[in-house]
Design a protein around this ligand. Structure first.
Ligand code: UDP
Length: 193
């Protein structure tokens, strides 16, 4: 990893990161928390201690944004590749589809969430949709945590925007036995079209 502004970024290409770290975790049901961090996230972590702790609790922080790569280069610690959250999500969906694994889609407005999941079902028919829920709830809503727990998904995509998505994952992570948890920002909106 390479440390930029107190955040440890993974220094690998997207393909190597997935192949060496995430796919094995998926197959072994090893719980992981991935943050795809752009400069906005790094700045937010600097101003909000709770958020900084959430980012520090992640298993992997990947550099999502030209600004992060530029900062690394400036520090003479060049990163291999920008890893965009949306691209990572699409690769994960493809892998999950190949293996017939399951996903939970948490976040965005109800109609966007519904449309995004329909789109996933259309494009990745072999994915098991473990469940879905819109993103407008209180961060400590325990009923919602239980709903996600009961779904027992291999991947939980969390689209609640910043800082909510990383705070939700960090706050509830201990209550889960397995799952790749990843904040995906506006990705459900993109999928819904
Ligand atoms: N969102 C949500 N709950 C909230 C706030 C935002 O589900 O309380 C969703 C929003 O509908 C969108 C996604 O989070 O689908 C990303 O939101 P936005 O682009 O505002 O956040 P960013 O990550 O760009 O700050």
């Amino acid at each position: 990893t390479i440390k930029i502004m107190n955040v440890n970024f993974i220094n690998a290409t997207k393909d190597i990161f997935l192949k060496n770290h995430i796919y094995p975790s998926l197959m072994n049901e090893h719980k992981q928390f991935i943050v795809t961090a752009n400069p906005e996230i790094v700045m937010k972590a600097r101003e909000n201690e709770q958020y900084e702790q959430a980012i520090h609790s992640a298993d992997y922080v990947v550099p999502d944004g030209a600004g992060i790569l530029m900062a690394a280069k400036y520090m003479k610690l060049p990163l291999q590749e920008r890893i965009a959250g949306y691209d990572l999500m699409l690769d994960l969906l493809e892998f999950v589809n190949d293996k017939g694994l399951s996903c939970f889609f948490l976040g965005a407005k109800e109609e966007v969430n519904e449309k995004a999941v329909l789109e996933v079902e259309k494009r990745f028919p072999n994915i098991n949709i473990a469940g879905r829920h819109h993103g407008f709830f209180k961060l400590d809503d325990q009923e919602l945590v239980e709903k996600v727990q009961n779904a027992n998904a291999d991947i939980v995509f969390v689209a609640l925007g910043l800082p909510r998505q990383e705070l939700w994952i960090a706050r509830h992570s201990e209550q889960f036995q397995k799952g790749i948890f990843m904040g995906v920002g506006g990705s459900l909106d993109v999928l819904a079209g």
